[in-house]
Write a protein that binds this ligand. Structure first.
Ligand SMILES: [Zn+2]
Length: 81
């Protein structure tokens, strides 16, 4: 499988995960280890060109889903940190 540079907007971190659970687990690690310097991160599924899951530390756009914190992989959007 050839590596393809999919130019998908919003892929802040280039890492692509095949499912949401994995993306959230990695996001938790990145938050707790300081790789992500914000308090929260979000995961989102990319478009049809990618179909993978990405991690972002920005809540802008359509990422108003449940966020990830260092101690919680699924923080409902109704509860602001
Ligand atoms: Zn993508």
């Amino acid at each position: 499988m050839r590596a393809r540079d999919a130019k998908v907007r919003g892929c802040l971190f280039k890492s692509r995960f095949s499912d949401e659970a994995t993306a959230r687990a990695v996001a938790m690690h990145m938050l707790s280890s300081g790789i992500i310097t914000t308090k929260r991160a979000w995961v989102y599924q990319c478009g049809p060109e990618c179909r993978g899951w990405h991690i972002t530390s920005s809540s802008s756009g359509n990422y108003r889903a449940a966020s990830v914190r260092a101690d919680n992989p699924w923080v409902a959007p109704e509860f602001p940190a």
